[in-house]
Write a protein that binds this ligand. Structure first.
Ligand code: FMN
Length: 329
């Protein structure tokens, strides 16, 4: 799998998720086998880049290459300028968000709402591709509603404008997250363009990844929600796609160490107050995935008010879990 000059180590990539795919989570997923990990979306409105949220989102220190910055916006010139500035700051791939179902982001029409205006999509893509010397990728849904699945048109426009790769979530904007993802439109898109296509939506294990790749002919898969509390999913899906059935399961002690190191990196990145809040979200997911969510354990983990107490609770409960059995995932 190749995006511009970048050969990806794996065709299984992490989906951009606002509030989830921060620098600590991206580094973790890359370490565990994700071929690429885009940042949370960053608004193209540079006036908002001084907020702490944007500054965290723009921080890529220590991240493995290629560094991908996802931009959201609707104005071609603003997006082009935002792309140029991010490349100056070290972005090696610019990803454009036309997949987010929110009607407005930062008060402006953007995300998948743009799919209903194909000429505007073309103007945005032309402007951004022209503005930077790095590959520009695009993330879309299959269309804006089930009567208007124009994903193939958008993909052709993208290819004509010089977009280097496409990720397609198998739902329309109107679907939001309801129902199941469909892969027929992704297959149609793949048949009509030559640029690499990532299939996205409801891929939760290696078997499903294999089925989706076989059905769509896509070049890779993008995984979002299934990575919550399970960043090791990339390791497992890679093994399945390579038919490496002998890949040993992770030991519980290894999983515990991954979780504790993740907490530590969240604390270092965000500091005490925000760190404890962000880590709580991930701990909730780890707890749900691994500990079966016993109420008392959940209360202890979720109720800790500072990083030291939270880390101590996590250490205690995951140590107990390691003591129960050896093999985890
Ligand atoms: C919490 C959350 C935040 C998301 N934020 C973004 C985003 O910032 N940019 C984007 O393109 N898609 C965003 N998405 C959509 C995902 O990238 C992905 O397309 C979607 O979750 C479907 O994939 P999945 O079924 O593997 O989760 C978000 C999804 C979730 C669940």
């Amino acid at each position: 799998m190749q995006i511009g000059p970048h050969a990806l180590p794996s065709p299984v990539v992490l989906a951009p998720m606002a509030g989830v795919t921060d620098r600590p989570f991206r580094i973790l997923c890359r370490k565990l086998g994700a071929g690429l990990a885009a940042s949370e979306m960053l608004t193209a409105d540079t006036r908002l880049w001084t907020t702490s949220k944007s500054r965290w989102r723009m921080n890529h220190e220590g991240e493995p290459e290629p560094r991908v910055v996802q931009l959201a916006g609707a104005d071609p010139q603003a997006l082009a300028e935002a792309a140029r500035l991010n490349v100056e700051l070290g972005a090696q791939i610019i990803d454009l968000n036309m997949g987010c179902p929110a009607k407005k982001v930062c008060g402006r029409l953007c995300g998948s709402a743009l799919l209903s205006d194909e000429p505007l999509v073309a103007r945005i893509l032309e402007a951004v591709v022209r503005a930077v010397h790095v590959p520009v990728t695009l993330k879309i849904r299959t269309g804006w509603d089930r009567e208007h699945r124009n994903g193939v048109n958008i993909a052709r426009i993208a290819e004509c404008c010089g977009v280097a790769a496409l990720a397609v979530h198998g739902r329309t904007r109107a679907d939001f997250y309801a129902g199941s993802a469909e892969y027929e439109t992704i297959r149609d898109i793949k048949m009509h363009v030559r640029i690499p296509v990532f299939a996205n939506g409801d891929i939760g294990d290696g078997k499903k990844a294999r089925e989706v790749l076989d059905f769509t002919g896509a070049d890779g898969v993008m995984i979002g929600r299934a990575s919550h509390g399970a960043p090791w999913i990339f390791r497992a899906v890679n093994a399945r796609l390579r038919d490496e059935f002998a890949t040993p399961a992770l030991l519980r002690s290894e999983v515990r160490d991954i979780i504790l190191a993740h907490l530590d990196s969240v604390y270092c990145f965000y500091g005490e107050e925000t760190g404890v809040r962000i880590a709580r979200k991930h701990l909730g997911w780890y707890c749900g995935q691994l500990l079966g969510e016993p109420a008392a354990v959940r209360r202890n983990l979720m109720g800790a008010v500072n990083t030291a107490a939270q880390f101590a609770q996590a250490l205690k409960h995951f140590d107990e879990w390691v003591g129960e059995a050896a093999v985890a995932a």
